[in-house]
Design a protein around this ligand. Structure first.
Ligand SMILES: [Zn+2]
Length: 322
């Protein structure tokens, strides 16, 4: 079925001739998963007819083997995945807290509100504190990658983490005047989250180059830039909410869009505030979904670091024809 079998394949140790050699490691067919071990390197999958050289080409990762090795790939892989999970958990906690603290939704008057705000704040802070463990585990390793971007990334990450912890602690109180929820103090932990993600980006770009699926997947790969833009929009929403809550009610009805006011629990709130709230919530949802994708991406990177694919030379038996 596949006539364009090439005789030579490029691995991390240079070109390898396939003629006269056999596959000597477990190699699932890239189409049907059949184990091709024992078959000649220049043959077809007996189940689906795909050429074995194509399956070989999709299993090896010469680019990864050409990158400078990390000091402790296991530790770096684990640390990155733990950071990803902590980030997701912290973001969910803060989002849940914002829901509880929005008087407009009505949860804030329930008896559980105080406990919920305490628990979600504590969880967000705890994630930030536990985050120091993987940060310390990362410290020496990405720096071996040849330049100092790794070390700079870790420093940025740590600064962001500190601002996040302080910001979460400061903003964890009810604001009796706020009708729509967020307070300007939220900008502090958003700033921390932004700096943290910027540092994480520098590390993930370097370390992630060692995962073939991370390098090449264009659909499921989460760009950290998009998360940073999402955080900017959340901050914009927070600012608009505050402006909206402080606009005095216009005398005789305003015709300017978003400045006309609504009365909420006896207080007037400008439409601008509602616009801000909508922007913030859409951005929060997008960031949460993005963070789920980021966790999957970091799991790929971890598995590539912990079980790197064999080199082409290791897959092939010695040339019998020599
Ligand atoms: Zn097959």
């Amino acid at each position: 079925m596949n006539s364009n079998q090439s005789d030579i394949l490029f691995g991390s140790d240079g070109p390898e001739r396939l003629e006269g050699r056999a596959i000597c490691l477990h190699l699932p067919c890239s189409r049907c998963g059949y184990d091709l071990r024992g078959l000649p390197a220049m043959s077809m999958c007996p189940e689906c007819g795909r050429s074995t050289s194509q399956s070989l080409a999709s299993a090896i990762d010469p680019t990864m083997h050409k990158l400078p090795p990390l000091l402790s790939p296991h530790r770096v892989g684990n640390a990155l995945l733990i950071l990803g999970i902590l980030t997701l958990l912290a973001a969910f906690s803060v989002a849940l807290r914002e829901i509880v603290m929005t008087p407009w939704i009505g949860l804030s008057s329930s008896s559980f509100a105080g406990i919920l705000v305490f628990v979600t704040t504590a969880l967000a802070v705890l994630c930030g504190v536990i985050g120091w463990i993987p940060v310390f585990q990362l410290w020496p390793s990405p720096a071996d990658a040849g330049n100092h971007t790794g070390r700079r990334g870790i420093t940025t990450l740590a600064i962001g983490l500190t601002i996040w912890i302080v910001g979460c602690l400061l903003s964890g109180r009810f604001n009796p005047d706020a009708m729509l929820g967020p307070s300007l103090l939220d900008l502090l932990f958003l700033l921390g989250a932004g700096i943290y993600l910027f540092g994480l980006k520098q590390i993930v770009v370097q370390v992630g180059a060692r995962s073939r699926v991370f390098r090449t997947d264009r659909i499921r790969r989460q760009r950290i830039w998009d998360l940073l833009i999402g955080i900017l929009f959340i901050a914009l929403g927070v600012v608009l909410v505050r402006i909206g809550e402080n606009i005095p009610p216009p005398s005789g009805g305003s015709t300017i869009p978003f400045t006309s006011t609504f009365t909420l629990n006896g207080q007037s709130v400008a439409g601008l505030g509602f616009l801000g709230m909508a922007i913030a919530w859409v951005a929060i949802l997008l960031v949460l979904v993005g963070l789920i994708y980021l966790c999957f991406n970091l799991a790929w990177v971890r598995s590539a670091l912990q079980c790197p694919p064999p080199r082409l030379r290791e897959y092939l038996s010695p040339d019998q024809s020599k």
